[in-house]
Design a protein around this ligand. Structure first.
Ligand code: SAM
Length: 217
């Protein structure tokens, strides 16, 4: 509950980067982690847009010995919360002590680059960005994946269509452009989509591979 309140506060303060009114459910976190959990260790994971840590906590509960986790978040208030309330929980004590967890503070497109990952799990609100921002972010994530690596993210069901219908003027053009760009990428790269109804609002977990390289991890 405290996390939900913290989330809503940040949403009010930064609606243009938070992009959600509630943290993801455990069911959605599990759907996002499906390819990782089906892989063989050791694996490297990047979580992007961790917020209050709803998905981070799930990853912590399934992280295996030898796996590494980088957590990226742009909001200083959220990184502080993650450091204080999430990375101090028992699930993280051994990976944190072993130096297998890093917190990367800042916009993902500026802070990644020194490491490659088998799995990127994203909570980024892509639909509220401009097409140039989405393109730049996806380029930096694609370049951060090992061959055969998987990019997983979620999207609220029907939100893109609804935004197109409700918005007007410049915002509407932006939303339509981003939606078209995402649809093209989904057609090119998505290999699995899971529907998660137990989430506010219900969402799709989407899994992409940018290449047909060897299976990750
Ligand atoms: C919709 S919230 C998701 C939070 C959490 N992962 C969840 O599923 O409940 C999106 C998060 O992405 C963060 N964010 C937005 N733009 C970002 C960027 N360029 N780099 C890193 N984080 C970003 C926001 O601060 C926010 O915490």
């Amino acid at each position: 509950m405290g996390h939900t309140l913290g989330f809503v506060r940040q949403f009010i303060a930064n609606p243009h980067s938070v992009g959600a009114i509630a943290p993801s459910s455990r069911m959605l976190a599990r759907a996002l982690c499906e390819p990782y959990q089906a892989s063989q260790p050791p694996a490297s994971i990047l979580e992007v847009g961790a917020g209050t840590g709803a998905v981070t906590k799930y990853i912590g509960s399934v992280l295996r010995p030898g796996d590494t986790l980088d957590i990226c978040e742009i909001s200083p208030a959220f990184t502080e919360l993650l450091r204080r309330n999430v990375l101090t929980t028992p699930a993280f004590s051994s990976p944190v002590a072993a130096g297998r967890v890093r917190l990367l503070e800042g916009p993902v497109q500026d802070v990644v680059g020194d490491r490659k990952y088998h799995f990127i799990i994203s909570g980024l609100p892509l639909t509220i960005f401009t097409v140039e921002q989405v393109s730049r972010i996806l380029d930096s994530l694609r370049l951060s994946l090992h061959p055969g690596g998987v990019f997983s993210y979620f999207e609220y069901i029907g939100l893109r269509k609804l935004s197109g219908a409700l918005m007007t003027g410049r915002e509407r053009r932006r939303a339509k452009e981003v939606s078209k760009f995402l649809s093209t990428n989904i057609a090119a790269y998505q290999f699995r989509r899971r529907t998660v109804l137990v989430n506010l609002p219900p969402a799709y977990a989407r899994h992409w591979r940018f290449d047909d390289g060897a299976t990750a991890a």
